[in-house]
Write a protein that binds this ligand. Structure first.
Ligand code: FES
Length: 110
């Protein structure tokens, strides 16, 4: 793994994990990176915490993430099936502390 990359594990619908090497030196959010990897994320608001279509469920590493903002919390609260470990991936800027994070796309359809 290169020094400026971290590993992000994405759980597939069949329960297997795909490990992605995500760059932390490009200023990308997790949403932008997942879209670049062709995951099916609409992100209709473009990362403004206004649509919740970028929602992911954090399976491991929640403590590596910064606390959610009021905007993120308010948006997640509109989802009928929100989980305690749900986050908006557009609000998570890739950084070194997120190395090893394990997520799945919210709703289970990757
Ligand atoms: Fe719209 Fe994240 S892209 S809330």
């Amino acid at each position: 793994m290169e020094a400026n990359n971290i590993n992000i594990h994405v759980q597939n619908p069949d329960g297997t994990l795909t490990t992605l090497e995500a760059p932390i030196d490009m200023g990308l959010s997790l949403m932008e990176y997942l879209k670049a990897c062709e995951y099916d994320i609409l992100a209709t608001c473009g990362g403004m915490a206004l649509c919740a279509t970028c929602c992911v469920d954090v399976l491991e590493g929640e403590d590596m993430l910064h606390e959610m903002s009021d905007d993120e919390y308010a948006m997640l609260d509109t989802l009928p099936d929100v989980l305690p470990n749900s986050r908006l991936s557009c609000q998570l800027k890739l950084n070194q502390e997120m190395d090893g994070l394990t997520i799945k796309l919210h709703g289970g359809l990757n």
